[in-house]
Design a protein around this ligand. Structure first.
Ligand code: FPP
Length: 232
């Protein structure tokens, strides 16, 4: 059995929609937030594996602009989890080589969380390991509208290049592979512009259960795709 993936066929940038936390918790008669907590732990573990494999960029959907409509207790739980998760990365940043950046409108968060975000960005700015981007209060339509508004206000001509340059994650290259766990086959307003040519991998596995061998299966599948970017 192969335990590593052929590096020639590795995606440079993997994006993940981490779905299925709630169902993972329900199956265990646990509250929804226990699923998010297990999901955050899995993200930590898998990002280490993704870095070990030599993939350069990972972007994950942690909180969407639509998620605010969920029960207050769940939203507060997710925010508390972000505090803990960010603090852990701040504490680990000396020994860790990962770079952390964010996409989404972070102005909606309380100043103490925004402070942690700024600290993390500053502390990891020069890191050369895996570049992890966390999408928080992120929606692709919101991102595109904000970028278009900014360009219009500046009086800059709007074309593919100027729009690309104004999106939140620039200059991170577009994802090559999108993985969505949890059985749904949709994009849910995630990176609609950047995923134009990504290969899409959908699996029924719930996010907290998505382990190294499942990642390996997704990467093997990616390695077998012929990417033509609209050409022959
Ligand atoms: C979808 O599962 C997942 C989310 C709305 C949030 C994803 C967040 C995490 C994995 C935690 C990461 C956290 C940090 C701090 C970076 P769902 O609740 O919709 O699952 P369901 O479809 O089974 O109900």
């Amino acid at each position: 059995m192969r335990t590593t993936v052929d590096s020639r066929a590795l995606p440079q940038h993997v994006a993940i929609i981490m779905d299925g936390n709630g169902r993972w918790a329900s199956k265990r008669l646990l509250p929804h937030n226990a699923g998010h907590r297990a999901g955050a732990q899995n993200l930590r573990k898998l990002s280490e594996e993704i870095e070990r494999l030599g993939i350069k960029y990972l972007t994950v959907y942690a909180l969407s602009t639509e998620n605010w409509a969920r029960p207050e207790k769940e939203v507060q739980g997710l925010i508390k989890l972000m505090h803990e998760y960010f603090q852990q990365y701040i504490d680990d940043s000396k020994k860790n080589d990962m770079k952390l950046t964010f996409i989404g409108d972070v102005s909606r968060f309380e100043p103490d969380l925004r402070q942690k975000i700024e600290t993390l960005k500053t502390l990891t700015k020069e890191k050369k390991g895996l570049h992890v981007t966390l999408a928080i209060n992120y929606g692709a339509r919101d991102e595109l509208a904000r970028a278009a508004r900014k360009l219009a206000e500046e009086g800059t001509y709007i074309d593919e290049e100027t729009l690309t340059r104004t999106l939140d994650g620039f200059p991170t290259p577009d994802p090559d592979l999108l993985i969505r766990t949890g059985g749904e086959m949709r994009l849910s307003n995630f990176m609609l512009w950047q995923l134009a040519y990504a290969e899409m991998y959908f699996t029924d596995i719930l996010w907290p259960d998505f382990g190294k061998k499942d990642l390996n299966a997704a990467l093997e599948w990616f390695g077998g795709r012929a990417r033509r970017f609209g050409g022959r």
